[in-house]
Design a protein. Structure first.
Length: 104
């Protein structure tokens, strides 16, 4: 299975990536490194530095890597949920991100 892990250079996403690799899955990490670190994404995963709000990039990654599933951990907390507009821009309900999820 091919999995796109957003926020895979962060704490939870990095552990998810390690678990998926241990299970023999193929992983591509999408992270803008705003709070994450490139070294936190395991070498066996392909790290793409970019934003989950970039719908074209997400769509291209899904196609190029034949992504079967997305694990979405890209987030900015705790400030994120203090403002509704930030929630809509970066959270799971992100408008640009939703079409990419639907295509998966
Ligand atoms: N840390 C915990 O104990 C914990 C527990 C339960 C749930 N969670 C949830 O897991 C998610 C991740 O938390 P975390 O602790 O790993 O945070 P984190 O800051 O360590 O990781 C978030 C990652 O997302 C990246 N990121 C942020 N905005 C992005 C964007 N627009 N595009 C691409 N990448 C972006 C950051 O660079 C970072 O690498 C959050 O939704 C959090 O609520 C965390």
């Amino acid at each position: 299975m091919s999995v796109l892990v957003t926020g895979g250079a962060g704490y939870i996403g990095g552990h998810m990536t390690l678990g998926l690799l241990d299970a023999g899955e193929s992983v591509v990490v999408l992270d803008n490194l705003s709070t994450g670190f490139d070294w936190a994404a395991p070498d066996e995963a392909r790290l793409v530095v970019g934003d989950v709000g970039d719908a074209d990039l997400v769509a291209r990654l899904i196609e190029e890597h034949e992504v079967d599933a997305i694990a979405h951990f890209a987030a900015k907390l705790p400030r994120l949920f203090r403002r509704r507009e930030d929630n809509m821009r970066h959270g799971t309900a992100s408008t640009p991100f939703r079409p990419a999820l639907a295509s998966c």
